[in-house]
Design a protein around this ligand. Structure first.
Ligand SMILES: NC(=O)c1ccc[n+]([C@@H]2O[C@H](COP(=O)([O-])OP(=O)(O)OC[C@H]3O[C@@H](n4cnc5c(N)ncnc54)[C@H](O)[C@@H]3O)[C@@H](O)[C@H]2O)c1
Length: 431
């Protein structure tokens, strides 16, 4: 059977343009999941979806299109979520208690899309029941949870993926191949941010459901913007820098949305690395002008994977303003051995840059992330680094949260380090 999901592997590699398998194998080794694709009809993966809420139903829309997937069951404590899910797949079984779903021996894998505080127990129970696990990010509510989940994956030898879809986004994959190949020079700095203008609330049908529906706003369930948004972008930063940070410090406050929420609406964290490189992550949800981006800065250029563009530092045409400054400089200081003015502002580069890919890809990586998970389950092969990327992305946002709440500069804790070699990349300057 020809593989025919929403986007085929061939199309996917075509989107990545000129990149050869060699560079992809070093910068994005988890893509090996697509190298194993077999074309027989009888390889099926029976999936149980736990928590078919907003994200869960989005994931379901892709899983349904995969010819190798059979959606066997749903589990959710909230009847309206089960009802919605059953509209999409009426043949599936529906349970209020996820443990009943886990009792079904014919289910090969579970997809967990419940609130953060519930992930760990569900994942541990699923591994113990012999299931392969796709767990939405952030994988665990605490660093201890994350380590327990990762160790259980190793102990049971079951497939473990997380919802870090940028790992499968063609723009990011190509961006990282360029970064690791040294196209932008050594990367000294990554600035990542995710801004919004909104209260981040969902409408609640009746008051007693406030915490159930708006769980993201309450400490019992979530660590707010750090676990909901930072997780994606911190992973991109460490992917670009090819290594883990040594220290983190941060600020967080409830500044604008003083509406009873318990999580910050205004955050900034700095992560620092062995050679002094830094990664910042910020979020303010009362102004969306700058939206979201990861700006990866090398001495030769900048790449912004979300925008899908890159920019070299040296461009030919000087903007009129700079020409004017040059003229002033020549007039005033022509005879003096000055290197440059001290008063000219470093205005942003007017360079409009180049596109990373010829066209915007049809996927943000979510469908490919799920396809890769299904292939890994069917072939029973855990792709290299995929569980580790999810683990460390989660750890970094939890560590940032701890730095904010404790008001201290934290070292990366040794007890949470797992086997995770640095990337072999030309973008790392020797420390
Ligand atoms: N990868 C991404 O880009 C992305 C985007 C959005 C959300 N997410 C993640 O997806 C997860 C869910 O987020 P959401 O926005 O869909 O939340 P949601 O509230 O819309 O859905 C969660 C569902 O889980 C159910 N649930 C709660 N506790 C349960 C339990 N103990 N057992 C079974 N079901 C339970 C709820 O009833 C609800 O139907 C979160 O971890 C979130 O971080 C990831």
């Amino acid at each position: 059977m020809e593989y025919s999901n929403t986007i085929s592997r061939r199309e996917f590699l075509k989107e990545l343009g000129i990149l050869g398998a060699g560079i992809l194998a070093t910068t994005s080794p988890w893509l090996s999941a697509f190298g194993e694709i077999s074309h027989t009809n009888n390889e099926r993966c029976r999936i149980g979806l736990i928590g078919p809420g907003s994200r869960g139903q989005f994931l379901l829309s892709f899983l349904k299109k995969n010819p190798k997937v059979e959606i066997a069951a749903f589990a959710d404590i909230y009847q309206p979520s089960l009802d919605e899910a059953l509209k999409a797949v009426p043949t599936a079984k529906a349970y209020k208690d996820y443990r009943k779903l886990l009792d079904d021996k014919s289910i090969d894998a579970v997809v967990i899309a419940t609130p953060l505080n519930t992930h760990c127990q569900i994942a541990l129970d699923a591994f113990d029941a012999g299931k392969n696990v796709f767990c939405e990010k952030t994988i665990g509510y605490s660093m201890e949870d994350c380590l327990k989940m990762y160790n259980k994956h190793l102990e049971t030898n079951k497939i473990f993926f997380s919802g870090q879809q940028r790992l499968f986004d063609p723009r990011y994959i190509k961006a990282m191949a360029m970064v690791h190949d040294g196209v932008f020079g050594p990367v000294n700095c990554v600035h990542a941010y995710w801004n919004r203008n909104g209260d981040w609330r969902r409408p609640v049908p009746s008051p007693e459901l406030e915490r159930h529906i708006n769980w993201r706003l309450y400490k019992e369930y979530s660590k707010g913007l750090m676990t909901e948004l930072a997780c994606h972008q911190l992973q991109v930063g460490t992917w670009a820098l090819g290594k883990l940070p040594q220290k983190v410090m941060g600020h967080g406050a409830i500044t604008f949305w003083k509406d009873g929420r318990e999580v910050y609406d205004n955050i900034n964290c700095i992560y620092t690395f062995d050679n002094g490189e830094m990664m910042t992550w910020g979020s303010d949800i009362s102004n969306k002008f700058y939206g979201l981006e990861e700006q990866i800065l090398g001495n030769l250029g900048t790449i912004e994977p979300e925008r899908g563009k890159y920019y070299f530092e040296n461009i030919d045409p000087a903007p009129a303003f700079l020409q004017m400054i040059n003229e002033w400089e020549n007039k005033l200081f022509g005879a003096m051995p000055f290197a440059g003015t001290s008063w000219a502002p470093e205005t942003a580069n007017e360079n409009h840059g180049e596109y990373i890919l010829g066209k915007r890809p049809e996927t943000d990586g979510t469908s490919l992330n799920l396809d890769a998970f299904v292939e890994a389950v069917v072939t029973n092969k855990q792709p290299e680094r995929i569980a580790e990327e999810g683990y460390y992305a989660s750890l970094l946002c939890l560590l940032g949260h701890e730095a904010i709440t404790s008001g201290t500069i934290l070292d990366f804790p040794n007890e949470f380090k797992i086997d995770y070699p640095s990337y072999n990349t030309k973008a790392i300057k020797e420390s």
